[in-house]
Design a protein around this ligand. Structure first.
Ligand SMILES: [Zn+2]
Length: 264
């Protein structure tokens, strides 16, 4: 059979009905080849050739218009149907934090237990932040005393009920359960994400550079990111616009006083 033939060469029209005119060099072998042929025919059973020029059509949205948003919507739908948690995007944290949070929620961080599960590292499993319990993602971000203290400081800063999380998902959705709305809620969402990023950075410094993890260092890192232009507090990057800073600073004066005036 000619491998470069077109569909039109192999589908003939007999009195309005399409039929396959397959021209094999040899008969199909029973078993896999016949099964594959049946599968192919079932895919093409409703196929109808037209005289129009071929064109690509995006079938991922109702209006057939391709957009990055519709790809995201489709992926979210597919992953959601598989029971995979997908955190919403936070518009005012650096992209690196959003990507990190996505990896965290998908259980794609190289924590000690994750490496052990994949038979990559079966050595010491103790958490490098507290040196007390085994390191898992849930422990690092929700139950390690460093994380617990961090979230209590964030709660005090923002004057919100204590952030208590029993899972990573609880933590990433904590802004939904503190009685805030609108921008205030988004600020808490962003600070928790920056906190997770900073916590993981401290963990990596301790694990790979033997730098003892200290809460002050994590707080310093959070402030550094909050002050950074990349976050958009000064109008750059993918963060909030400059004029929104005034509004946000009135929402959470204590945080922004610390961020703006702190000499770290
Ligand atoms: Zn720990």
């Amino acid at each position: 059979m000619k491998k470069d033939c077109k569909m039109v060469d192999r589908i003939a029209n007999f009195g309005g009905n399409s039929r396959f005119c397959l021209q094999w060099k040899r008969p199909l072998e029973a078993g896999q080849e016949v099964d594959e042929m049946i599968g192919l025919c079932s895919l093409l059973i409703n196929f109808e050739l037209k005289d129009d020029i071929d064109k690509w059509v995006w079938t991922g949205s109702v209006d057939k218009q391709f957009s990055v948003g519709s790809v995201k919507e489709l992926l979210t739908k597919i992953l959601g149907s598989q029971g995979i948690y997908i955190p919403s995007r936070c518009r005012w944290v650096p992209r690196k934090c959003n990507v990190f949070i996505w990896r965290l929620s998908m259980d794609r961080l190289a924590s000690k237990d994750a490496l052990k599960k994949r038979n990559i590292d079966r050595g010491d499993q103790v958490c490098v932040l507290c040196d007390e319990e085994d390191e898992t993602v849930e422990h690092l971000f929700t139950s390690c005393y460093i994380a617990l203290t961090l979230w209590s400081i964030v709660s005090m800063w923002c004057k919100i009920p204590l952030i208590l999380a029993f899972s990573v998902r609880d933590l990433l959705e904590s802004h939904e359960n503190i009685g805030l709305k609108g921008k205030k809620k988004e600020v808490i969402q962003g600070i928790v994400r920056v906190g997770c990023w900073s916590n993981w950075k401290a963990r990596n410094e301790a694990r790979f550079n033997n730098k003892p993890a200290k809460l002050e260092g994590i707080i310093r890192e959070i402030k550094s990111i909050l002050k950074n232009d990349e976050m958009g507090l000064n109008g750059g990057g993918d963060g909030i616009k400059k004029e929104a800073l005034v509004e946000l600073s009135s929402l959470f004066p204590k945080i922004f006083t610390i961020v703006v005036s702190d000499p770290f």
